[in-house]
Design a protein around this ligand. Sequence first.
Ligand code: HEM
Length: 412
Amino acid sequence: MTSSTEDHKLAAPVYDPRDQAIIDDPLPALRALQENDPVHWSDKLRGWVITRYDDVRRIQLNEHISADRLTPYYESLPSEQQNRIRELIRYLNTWVAFKDPPEHTRLRRLMNKVFTPGAVRHLHGSVERAVGVLLDGLAGREQFDFIEDFAYPLPATVIMDMLGLPHSDMEPLKDWSNKMQLFIGSATASPNKHALAQEGAVEMAAYFREVILEREHTPGEDMISKLLAIRDADATLSEDEVIGTSILFLFAGHETTTNLLGNGIRALLQHPEQLERLRREPAMIKSAVEEILRFDGPTGALVRIVKHDHELRGRQLSQGDRVFVMVNAANHDPRKFEDPGKFDISRDPNPHLTFNYGPHFCLGAPLARMEGEVAIGEVIRRFPDLRLTADHYEYMDTLVMRGVRSMPVATG
Ligand code: HEM
C-alpha cells in the first residue's frame, strides 16, 4: 500500500494502451496489472485501470462512481467549443447509458417497457431473414470479407427493422453515425471532429423528427411507435429523449454485435476442435455464444468517473478521476474462471461481464444473444470449409471496443 495517491501515481509501471502490440493483444499486459497492480494509475490514460473481476463488478454497483462521463467532459471545454457541440450534447445527454439514479431509474423503467422479451421474440423472424439474405448473396463466393459483407450489415439491418426504418435509409444513417462516432468512440485526432460530429447529430435528429411525425399519424409495431405511446402516457418522456434513445439503439446495438460475430467466428476457426464440436452438437450454440462473449468479447473497457473520494484496495480514488473498467481482463481473471485462456464452448457456469452488471446491464443483451446464435449457427452450417486467410488483423484503436476492421475468409 502506498502512502498517498501521488506516490502511487509515480510508482506505477508503464501501461501504454496505444502501443501497437497492446492494441493487438491487450490481455498479457492487463493480466500483469491484474496480478501486480490491480488498481493501476495510468499517466497515459489519466485514469485508473481496474482489471480484477470482483473489482470490476463492484465498481458497477458503487454509489461513489458515476456513469456520467459526458457532463464533466463538456464542462471542462472552453465556452466557444461548448457552443460548437451544443446540439450534439443535447441528444447524447438523453442517453440512459450516461445517467445515474434517479434519472437512470426513470429512463430505464420506460425503456424496459419497449425492450420486452416479446419484442425480442418478434425480431427473431427479422434476424433469420436478414441472415438468409446476406448469406444468399455470398453463396458461390470463394472469398469475402466477413466484417464488411456480413457482420457489419447484419446488426444494422436488424436495428433498422426494430425501429421500423426502410433499409434504403441505411446509407445516410451510416454517414451520420460515422460522423457522430468521431466524438463518441474514436481515438482519431481529426481536426474538425467536433464540427463533423455535431453535423451528424443535427442531421440524424432531423431525420428522426420526421419519422416521429409519420409514426404519430400511422403507428406501427416498431420501437419508435412504442416509445411514442409511452411518451403520450407518461409526460416525463420528452421528444428529445425519444430521438436520443433511437440514436442510442443504433450505436449500442451495431458495432458491438458486429464484433460479437467477427470475434466469434474467428475464435471458432482458430479452435477447430471446438468448431467441430459445435457442428456435431448445434444445440450447444447458446453456451458457445456465451464463451465467445467471455473469451474475446466486444467490450474492451467501460468508462466511469469517481463521484466521491473513496478507497479501493488501498488506493485513494478522488472525485473527478476517470476509471477504466477493463471488462475483457475481468473475463480472464483466474480467480473467477478456471483455465481462463482456454476457449471451451461448454463452459458452465460462465458469469462473464461483457454485457456489464447491475443497473447499466445491457438492455439489448437478449437481442444480441439471439442474433449471435442465429447468425453464427447459420454461417457454420452454410460454409463447412470456411477458413481465415489473413495472418495479421488490424484491431480497432479504441479501448472501449474489441474487434477487427476487416476479416478476409475463404469458403473452400
Ligand atoms: C454483443 C453485443 C452487445 C454488447 C457486447 C453490449 C454491451 C453493452 C455494455 C457493456 C453496456 C454497458 C455500458 C456502460 O455501462 O457503460 C451496454 C449497455 C446498453 N446496451 Fe448493449 N451490447 C450489445 C448489444 C446491444 C444491442 C443489440 C442493443 C439494442 C439495440 C443494446 C442496447 C444497449 C443499451 C440501450 C444500453 C444502455 C443501458 C443502460 O445504461 O442502462 N446493446 N451494452
